[in-house]
Design a binder for this molecule. Structure first.
Ligand code: SAH
Length: 347
């Protein structure tokens, strides 16, 4: 049986150097190939013109280069660009470029589908097929960076892991991708411009704190009342709010980095005073800010955006307690590129 060839971009520079030494070549050859793969963006071994024919053939026999392919690109009337990203095994994920006056943000996917079951999210309806590899995450960012330069004459300024999947369920690969994105050999972006959004996997939040990560943390809270959260995000029955609180306190103690809570207000679900009071109370545990996200309906019926009075009541209560709150308007709605809508219709 033929061994499946390894994705060469899953190797670190050190591993590549070791590979060449083990194959009676110089470690330096590893640096050259690494440069081709990451700085020069080579898609085939043939492209590596300063590498001998024999060495290229040897690489070909051992490895593959799995680049993503951006299949369809849709542009919204508000300038948002959605990419359908085809992976080497023909699966598809989506990523989005969101421009504003001052920044361009890449919203990237971390998994094909999602293993969680948030009732209001389109991706949750897809089966989780697999985790994305570090290079598949990196490539989404690199592709959006190129689009940002092309359409808006400026490089990407921010990245949010708010596309498909739960990043903390694919933690090692997300970490490797972020290492590459922030390293001078990759895109050289500041980790402070990267936000990892989680539905609240407490154990992994603690792990991130132990790893002293430098990027930002956002938590999809949506309710600070256990029973309501269990209802709208059933998996949270195994991830109680008390654990989440404890993990966030640990996170803040270690990183001194404020947490952002993402929060959608729905009619008849969390648009009452009890919910507001619970959120205000939860916000006292660690320094934080709240993003009130506009709901993007997913043809469901169960969920409806709350009235503007209800949103105002949230804003008023939070501000009264000196908690920073922002209302996040939805972007890219006309091309299904908005938050929680990523579910690749053609796949
Ligand atoms: N799994 C991660 C990241 C992906 S979801 C997480 O849960 O944070 C990114 C954000 O979109 C989350 O805050 C999620 O709750 C929100 N979201 C999902 N579906 C949505 C919808 N239909 N309308 C508005 N926001 C939604």
């Amino acid at each position: 049986m033929q061994m499946e060839k390894k994705d060469i971009r899953a190797l670190t520079k050190e591993e590549l150097r070791n590979f060449f030494v083990a194959n009676n070549d110089k470690a330096f050859r590893g640096n050259q190939v690494y440069e081709w793969l990451w700085q020069k963006n080579a898609h085939t071994f043939e492209d590596m013109t300063n590498i001998s024919k024999e060495t290229r053939a040897m690489l070909e026999a051992n490895f593959v280069i799995n680049h993503i392919k951006v299949d369809t690109m849709q542009r919204s009337s508000d300038g948002t660009v959605k990419n359908a990203v085809r992976l080497h095994d023909d699966l598809v994920v989506e990523s989005v470029l969101i421009p504003t006056e001052t920044r361009t943000t890449a919203c990237v996917s971390s998994q094909v589908g999602c293993s969680l079951d948030c009732n209001f999210c389109a991706t949750a309806r897809l089966k989780r097929m697999r985790n994305l590899n570090p290079d598949e995450i990196y490539d989404q960012v690199a592709a959006i960076n190129a689009e940002s330069r092309l359409y808006y004459n400026r490089p990407l300024s921010n990245i949010v892991f708010m596309g498909m999947g739960e990043p903390l369920m694919n933690y090692p690969n997300v970490m490797k991708a972020i290492e590459k994105i922030t390293s001078p050999e990759g895109l050289g972006m500041s980790p402070k411009r990267i936000t990892v959004s989680t539905s609240g996997i407490s154990k992994m939040i603690k792990k991130m704190a132990d790893d002293e990560v430098k990027f930002k943390l956002a938590v999809s809270l949506h309710s600070a009342i256990e029973e309501i959260r269990n209802e709208i995000m059933p998996f949270t029955k195994n991830f109680p709010l008390t654990d989440l609180r404890e993990a966030l306190e640990y996170w803040y103690k270690k990183t001194k980095s404020k947490v952002t809570y993402e929060y959608v207000v729905w009619k008849g679900i969390n648009d009452d005073k009890k919910s507001i009071d619970a959120l205000v109370k939860f916000c006292k545990y660690v320094p934080c800010k709240v993003n009130l996200i506009e709901y993007n309906p997913i043809d469901d019926g169960m969920f409806q955006q709350a009235s503007s009075q209800a949103i105002d009541a949230y804003i008023k209560a939070l501000e009264q307690h000196d908690i920073v709150v922002k209302v996040r308007r939805s972007r890219g709605k006309d091309i299904d590129a908005a938050c929680g809508q990523l579910a690749n219709k053609e796949a």
